[in-house]
Design a protein around this ligand. Structure first.
Ligand SMILES: [Fe+2]
Length: 283
């Protein structure tokens, strides 16, 4: 099942209070990789309560919630106004957060740009398998280092994880994608060959050309919910022009999301098996 940029998956916050609305969300995330909840409660940490409707949120190195607000001297590119290319969050975790809840707390009218971008990485990988099997093979075989080494914070972090960009099971089904260019480090082995760089550039090109690309400017009170193990997200550059742009994030573990989505499929839907989850498994 692939993502279609034609659809516009939206659930209203009032519908999302009961199981039918929660199922509409999990179904959209399974089918399209994302969904938007409109008219959400909009205050500090309300994103935690919004995510809690599906499962207990998981903490990350930033805590249970994380604010993304532009800073004059940003210590993280997310806190600047520059373009953020499509990526996954926390690729340096063995088990990165599965579902991202990105609540737009403020996005003033004066703010120019900053539209959110989503791309289906599973579809990108399938396109590479179709058009260039040799590059697909390289992307499945070469281990890549992802890292977050940051001493200049109250609790220094030293995280590393190594895996190929595309992970397949014994039958060749894609079960996981790892893609976070800003978090790539130097691998221990000498894997940065010409073949790897060619395949890497093709993945980058296919990401940027992907027909699954959707672009949306979030409004205050909208919560963009997407599968961080499947969908790459990014952001166009922006100018504040004296205004404020503030997002707040919370995350769910992928297996807990899958469990709740499967329960809702059985109790609210037709019992279809939840798929394209990206949890390194296809059962
Ligand atoms: Fe991100």
């Amino acid at each position: 099942m692939s993502f279609s940029p034609v659809v516009n998956p939206v659930v209203d916050f009032s519908e999302y209070q009961d199981e039918a609305g929660q199922y509409a969300l999990t179904k959209n995330v399974m089918d399209n990789g994302y969904c938007v909840i409109k008219n959400c409660d909009n205050f500090k940490d309300s994103v935690f309560e919004i995510a809690s409707k599906i499962a207990v949120p998981q903490s990350t190195m930033y805590g249970f919630t994380q604010e993304i607000k532009t800073e004059p001297t940003p210590r993280n590119i997310a806190f600047s106004g520059i373009y953020l290319g499509p990526h996954m969050d926390f690729p340096y975790y063995e088990s990165p957060p599965g579902i991202s809840f990105m609540l737009c707390r403020r996005n003033d009218e004066s703010v120019e740009g900053g539209e959110s971008i989503l791309i289906d990485a599973f579809e990108v990988a399938e396109e590479i398998r179709r058009c260039s099997p040799e590059d697909f093979k390289v992307l499945c075989e070469v281990p890549v280092r992802y890292q977050k080494i940051h001493w200049d914070r109250d609790d220094p972090v030293y995280m590393e994880w190594e895996q190929p960009h595309i992970v397949v099971d014994s039958e060749g089904t894609i079960t996981r994608i790892n893609w976070g260019p800003a978090f790539e480090g130097k691998s221990k082995n000498d894997s940065m060959t010409a073949e790897y760089l060619k395949a890497y550039r093709l993945f980058l090109q296919k990401v940027n050309e992907s027909p699954t690309k959707t672009v949306r400017k979030l409004e205050a009170g909208e919560c963009l919910v997407f599968n961080n193990r499947r969908m790459l997200h990014g952001r166009n550059e922006f100018e504040l022009n004296g205004g404020t742009r503030l997002l707040e994030l919370a995350f769910l573990n992928i297996c807990e999301f899958r469990s709740r989505a499967q329960v809702l499929e059985i109790t609210q839907g037709d019992g279809e098996l939840v798929k394209m989850i990206g949890n390194q498994n296809t059962i």
